[in-house]
Design a protein around this ligand. Structure first.
Ligand SMILES: Nc1ncnc2c1ncn2[C@@H]1O[C@H](COP(=O)(O)OP(=O)(O)OP(=O)(O)O)[C@@H](O)[C@H]1O
Ligand SMILES: [Mg+2]
Length: 252
């Protein structure tokens, strides 16, 4: 079976000063179009790194990456940026909304990089995305005027506005109370029912169980069974790829 996302023997080594650390090795992962996969594992096991490689925010050090059957491993960075902007929607734990912009402006932002899209078309798309996640009434609010759950829904609308084939979510409910988290998980369910491929990184077994397939990482490798969470204290491992870096939104 060939998937929309195929990783073959992917490895990742980070170099910091003289120190090299191999954080992913021998990752073989095939995700079919329309699949809903969760990526679970202890803090530091490489989940965010793997998601950032899938979303072409970060390059693999070894192995091959095929997207829709095309080998994109050695594509030019401008082509990677284009792929990232067109095919992937990113959602992070720390919503990463621009505090100066209204909800509607935040959703519109990635569309402004699409040169072929006019202002009217952009506005219509923004309105339909806000409607889809039940946030039309809050279009003119800035993030500080919204609850965490509402901010995450805006971040989801922003990720969806470009009509990506794949949604990549890194601990999207990590900062939310259980009610807000349930709303976000319901939105993911609905999107997946509509055919969007979803990759969800989570520590939370309840969220993970919503996915139709669970991939378990341990020490940078895919393992068959969940391993004991030694320390599941959130995002302590420093590598929250994407973090405050808005490169997932940048120009193509
Ligand atoms: N940009 C980077 N430079 C150097 N090392 C990094 C970088 N990003 C991540 N790492 C290291 O790679 C390892 C895996 O980090 P990663 O963020 O992928 O883990 P994670 O499973 O997402 O953890 P958490 O659950 O805490 O978010 C960690 O040891 C981390 O310190
Ligand atoms: Mg992480």
């Amino acid at each position: 079976m060939s998937g929309i996302i195929q990783l073959e023997k992917v490895g990742k080594t980070y170099k910091v000063g003289k120190l090299e650390s191999k954080v992913l090795s021998d990752i073989d992962l095939n995700i079919a179009e329309g699949e809903y996969v969760s990526i679970c594992g202890p803090s530091g096991s490489g989940k965010s790194t793997l998601l950032s490689i899938i979303g072409v925010l970060n390059g693999a050090s070894e192995g091959r990456y095929l997207f829709e059957g095309q080998d994109i491993t050695h594509m030019k960075s401008s082509e990677h940026a284009r792929l990232r902007n067109r095919q992937f929607g990113f959602i992070f734990q720390a919503f990463n909304l621009s505090s100066e912009m209204t909800a509607a402006e935040n959703v519109e932002l990635p569309l402004t990089y699409r040169k072929e899209m006019g202002r009217k078309e952009r506005r219509e798309l923004v309105d339909s995305m806000l409607d889809k996640i039940g946030m039309s009434d809050f279009r003119d609010h800035v993030p500080a005027q919204l609850s965490g759950g509402q901010q995450q829904r805006i971040a989801i609308a922003r990720a969806l506005a470009g009509r990506p084939k794949v949604i990549l979510a890194d601990e999207p409910t990590g900062n939310l109370d259980s009610k807000a988290a349930a709303i976000v998980m319901d939105i993911f369910d609905r999107l997946n029912d509509e055919g969007t491929t979803i990759c969800l990184v989570t520590h939370d077994p309840r969220s993970a169980s919503k996915a139709k397939r669970q991939v378990h990482l341990f020490d940078g490798q895919i393992v068959d069974e969940p391993q004991a969470e030694e320390q599941s204290g959130g995002n302590g491992a420093g590598g929250e790829s994407g973090g405050d870096d808005p490169s997932h939104l940048q120009a193509v």
